[in-house]
Write a protein of this length. Structure first.
Length: 185
């Protein structure tokens, strides 16, 4: 099912409390760093997203964090109805399940501490998120989506994500998805 890429025996995933402020984190990306250091608490207090940290239990260091929010894969994500219908058919939706949108969770942010890079921690975080929504799927969630920075696209492809459409005109990101049903096979 979900692979373990690093020794997690001395590490924990924790849901960050909106009242706790992260004081020290650097992944090398100013926007990602700014979010966890200055904005994640406000997003959580206003119920816009929830952030999680992957923490080394021995040192207390945050090795990575992610922020999640509700999302959907909808007909408006595609250039036309025909492309959306091809997507639905390819994902195996029967005719009675042909909806205009499908439930998803958006990976809003994912940052790995600079000192922890190269240890497959990002993959471990993605595996944790995937398992959260397969094992503990409390509301129904079929897809994990991400607006991947262009330089991060190979990482997401390596972790089973696909492009939502062939044409994506954003010069900075690509809309990608992971079908959680792929873990069931």
């Amino acid at each position: 099912m979900v692979r373990q890429c690093v020794d997690i025996s001395t590490k924990s995933f924790i849901r960050l409390d909106p009242n706790n402020i992260v004081k020290n984190f650097s992944c090398g990306d100013a926007d990602l760093d700014d979010f966890i250091l200055h904005r994640a608490s406000a997003f959580q207090k206003h119920l816009l997203s929830v952030s999680y940290a992957y923490v080394d239990d021995v040192s207390g260091q945050i090795l990575a964090y992610c922020s999640l929010a509700n999302d959907k894969v909808a007909i408006t994500d595609f250039k036309d109805r025909a492309e959306f219908n091809r997507f639905r058919k390819k994902r195996g939706f029967p005719n009675e399940k042909r909806l205009k949108s499908y439930p998803a969770v958006k990976l809003c942010r994912l940052g790995v501490e600079t000192s922890a890079k190269g240890r497959q921690i990002g993959t471990t975080v993605l595996d944790y998120i995937k398992s959260m929504f397969v094992i503990e799927n409390k509301t129904g969630c079929r897809f994990l989506t991400v607006d991947a920075y262009l330089e991060a696209v190979p990482f997401y492809v390596k972790n089973g994500f696909r492009f939502m459409t062939q044409d994506d005109n954003d010069p900075h990101t690509r809309l990608m998805y992971f079908d959680l049903m792929d873990l069931e096979t």
